[in-house]
Design a binder for this molecule. Sequence first.
Ligand SMILES: [Zn+2]
Length: 489
Amino acid sequence: MTSHKLTLIICLLMVFSGFGQEKDFTSNLYSTYGKYKEATLDKRRIKHNDIQPLINKLSTNPKFKVTVVGKSIEGRNLSLISIGTGATDVFLWSQMHGDEPTATQAIFDIFNFLTSGDFKNEKENILKNLKLHFLPMLNPDGAEVYQRRNTLGIDINRDALALQSPEGRTLKRVRDSLDADFGFNLHDQSTYYNAERTDKPATISYLAPAFNYEKDINEVRANAMKVIVYMNQIIQKYAPGQVGRYNDDFEPRAFGDNIQKWGTSAILIESGGYKSDPEKQEIRKLNYVSILSAIYSIAKGNYKNIPISDYDKIPENDRKLFDLKLNNLTYNLLGKNYTLDVGIHQLEVDDPSHSTYYNSSRVVDQGDLSTYYGYETLEGKGYSMVGGKVYPKILPSIKEVSQLKALDLLRSGFTYVRVENIPKSENYVSFPINVIGKDYKVPEFKMRVGVIPNFILEDKGKPRYAVINGFLIDLKSGEGNFKNALILR
Ligand SMILES: [Zn+2]
């Protein structure tokens, strides 16, 4: 054996034993997560009022330093929460887009982990090597109304140069004052992203942003790539195949790109979709596990051994998912039959307080959709699409409709019930029949992009499935992932 080979084996042993410990840490984080999950933040539509009491509590804990580092346009505090004594600074900020809360929730789970008495060795290792700085919910005004942009109506992530928003200025000032070694830029992305050429949602997507048009890789960017490769290995274990990599075209106005340029290894994490997880609580857990694992790896320096060539092996992000995809349906138009695939998005509409929502679905594509995928897919060969009928009796109120056996109505081809009195404030019902007003005219059934998907799928002339507000209901078993039907006036 040459001395070269021996050195190589020793190196590999060191690497693997280091990774072994980290793997244990990661799987322990995953299995004990329930203990640290911040129970008060269990829905996506969280507000500044929900996190401020938790921040106030941290400010009484001597381990943490809490500083108000800025204010949003509407005057909400932007707080920086720091812990640790190490020489390496790690800066994490979340929710610069108001409707992207998943990582904010995970940050408060991480605080619970840090304040607990558990994982003593790992925490000691982290806090003696690193200083951690968190800025959760950078856009609290946007969060208040669950929108991407801030109150000025701009995208803070295109304000890194102009610095017109107080939120963007705060982010820049904090970055500059810390001159952090690592920066975690935490976002949510559409649930319709998938890992390229697979039906797997991009549950997590990563980017080590470029700092110039040439997309050069210097040490700063390479370190971000290495940490991403490390986190990708973790997500692959818990959500196999469900990771995407963002296009790294340089965007001169974005924070990630500039922060990379300013010398902080910038890691963009985007929380996407996960089947049957509308509130993204499993994705929040994956954030918690992978970010804490990455922090531990940075503390130990093990990430340095990771080859950056593995970064490019992460599949690219694509956007080819529907909530519901119906394949090979028969559609009769002007007396002739055609075969169509139909793609449906179950879109969200906020209630006036922006604390809950209902779904109002749309057909977003039709035709040959063989290169697309669905969270839910029906092989519909032999099924004909027909419009639903209006129930012949007019009922006095929604209450009377709720007392009907909806499934029996659907089995008879009815998808609408007309009602005399509909309260003004109501937009949806929780049973699978659409409620229509006295004067509402049901449009002639036409499959078109943009229509609300309400129809029956017939098998040899008999209703076999119903699609109500974009939700598929099996009329034989009565089953389906139904959420709500609509009130149409
Ligand atoms: Zn975002």
